[in-house]
Design a protein around this ligand. Structure first.
Ligand code: TXA
Ligand code: MG
Length: 317
């Protein structure tokens, strides 16, 4: 398919050279991952990281996730502990971010971590981003490629829209999961700072103790720092049984038909499918200019915990 957007580039050998060159020169790019698309720049370069904050209009107190190709690279910047290795073995590369202590001699530019003593570290699984990381001698700082507090992009067109076609984006198709990585704090008392693709149940099993979701940490400036987040900027009401016909109605399960105003996250009641559809539908509802959104109750289990978290934040006025 030919792109109508000249800023969306195919991933091929020729463009890989261009991507490497741009990133080496502290440029920034929209890149695919298996969760959502990110806005990427050299995590060792202050000028690249400054551009990321500026383009996203992100408050400088909100740290970025640093993405690595492998353990050897990450080991230069952060302290890898026992619990980290246990989870890493099971879930990385993949949709999980570890908060770890930063090493004193780390090259990460302090702004990337909002001057904290910790770093959010992720090893993405998507093959496009892995092929890029493999060619670099620095990790990539990469927040979701959206304007601060808005909806995360799940395909290259979403990214382009977020930045008025001013950012180059590499086409990696639709994001496999469509919702962000789980953020787990391993730098102190272990807890989940942002529920995501990997559920608390799965993490509890690996670490052989109950891991809680505590999005309201005092010391750590975490995803909860900005109450309103992941938001379509349309008033939303959760846990509804029905909706007036002029409101958008987000549903789940076989008893809800798809109509002009109703959007079924998963007719089969599959929570993975629902997570994948969430941002896609919210963006569509915004385009259709609905004035209000009602949402049915979504099961609070597995990836459903992440869906509920995003809906709660999105519904903040
Ligand atoms: O799936 C994902 O994680 C995507 C893809 C692109 O990798 N990235 C992403 O980044 O969602 P972002 O910046 O939108 O969300 C990262 C969250 C932020 O809310 C931030 O507060 C938290 O991770 N975070 C990053 N570093 C942290 C740190 N050192 N301590 C506590 N929280 C941190
Ligand atoms: Mg984000």
């Amino acid at each position: 398919m030919k792109h109508i957007y000249s800023n969306i580039l195919k991933f091929n050998q020729k463009n890989l050279q261009k991507i490497i060159k741009t990133l080496k020169n502290s440029g920034i790019l929209g890149l695919p991952t298996e969760t959502v698309y990110g806005l990427a720049g050299n995590a060792y370069s202050l000028s690249a990281v400054k551009k990321i904050y500026k383009y996203k209009r992100r408050p400088k107190i909100n740290p970025l996730i640093v993405h690595y190709y492998n353990l050897k690279q990450a080991n230069k910047d952060v302290v890898l502990n026992k619990d980290f290795y246990k989870i890493y073995k099971n879930f990385s590369p993949g949709p999980i971010t570890y908060i770890l202590k930063k090493k004193k001699n780390s090259n990460i530019t302090p702004l990337a971590c909002a001057n904290l003593k910790t770093v959010g570290v992720r090893f993405p699984r998507n093959q496009v981003i892995r092929k890029i990381l493999n060619k670099l001698d620095f990790p990539l700082a990469m927040p979701s490629a959206n304007q601060s507090s808005g909806l995360s992009p799940v395909n290259p067109y979403d990214v382009s829209e977020e930045f008025n076609n001013k950012i180059k984006v590499i086409d990696g198709g639709s994001s496999k999961f469509g919702i962000e990585s789980t953020v787990i704090n391993l730098s102190g008392k272990i807890s989940i700072l942002r529920p995501g693709v990997i559920s608390p149940e799965k993490l509890s099993k690996i670490l052989k103790r109950k891991i809680l979701v505590t999005t309201k940490q005092k010391k750590i400036r975490s995803p909860g720092v900005l109450k309103k987040h992941y938001s379509p900027n349309i008033p939303m009401k959760l846990n509804q049984l029905s909706a007036p016909r002029n409101y958008a109605f987000i549903t789940f399960g076989s008893k809800y038909p798809v109509t002009k105003n109703s959007f079924n996250l998963s007719k089969k009641s599959n929570l993975n499918e629902a997570a994948k559809n969430l941002y896609k539908f919210l963006r569509l509802i915004k385009k259709k200019k609905f004035k209000k959104i009602y949402v049915v109750k979504i099961p609070y289990t597995g990836i459903g915990i992440a869906i509920n978290d995003r809906l709660k934040h999105a519904a903040v006025k």
